[in-house]
Design a protein around this ligand. Structure first.
Ligand code: HEC
Length: 115
C-alpha cells in the first residue's frame, strides 16, 4: 500500500513539474523573432518600445492591457485584421503584420505585452 502511494505521488509530482515547465515555455517570448517580425512589417515607422510616434509606444499598450486576460487576443485581432485607425485626423487601415504564422504572431503579441 505504502509503495503504491509513493508511486502515485511520484507520478503526480512528475505531472506537476511537466505542466509547470509547459506553462513557462508557453509564456516565454522569443525577442529576436519578435523584433525581426516588427522590422519585416515596418511597424517601426509608427511605433517604438517607449516613444509615442504616430502609434502608441509598446510600453503604453502593455500598460493598457496589463492584467487583462484578453489582451493577447485583442492584439492578435488588431495585427491581423487591419482595423481603421486615425493618424492626424486621417483614417487609414492599420498595417497588418507580415506573417501568417499564428505562433509567430502570438509571440509578437506577447513581446508587446511584456514591454
Ligand atoms: C502608419 C502607421 C502605423 C504602422 C505602420 C503600424 N501602426 Fe500600429 N498603430 C498605429 C496607430 C495610429 C494606432 C492607434 C490606434 C488607436 O488607438 O485607435 C496603432 C495601434 C497599435 C497598437 C495598439 C492596439 C491597441 O489595441 O491598443 C499596437 C499593439 C500596434 N499598433 C502594433 C503595430 C505593429 C506590430 C505594427 C506592424 C505590423 C504596426 N502597429 C504598424 C499606427 C501604425
Amino acid at each position: 500500500m505504502a509503495r503504491n502511494q509513493n508511486r502515485f505521488l511520484q507520478v503526480l509530482l512528475g505531472f506537476c513539474l511537466a505542466s509547470a515547465a509547459w506553462a513557462v515555455q508557453a509564456q516565454a517570448v522569443d525577442v529576436a523573432a519578435a523584433e525581426q517580425l516588427l522590422e519585416a512589417s515596418k511597424c517601426g515607422k509608427c511605433h517604438s518600445v517607449d516613444k509615442q510616434k504616430d502609434g502608441p509606444a509598446y510600453k503604453k499598450t502593455a500598460a493598457k492591457y496589463k492584467g487583462k486576460a484578453d489582451g493577447e487576443a485583442k492584439l492578435f485581432t488588431h495585427l491581423t485584421t487591419a482595423p481603421m485607425v486615425e493618424i492626424d485626423g486621417v483614417k487609414e487601415e492599420h498595417t497588418k503584420v507580415k506573417s501568417k504564422d499564428e505562433a509567430a504572431i502570438k509571440n509578437l503579441t506577447r513581446y508587446i505585452l511584456s514591454r
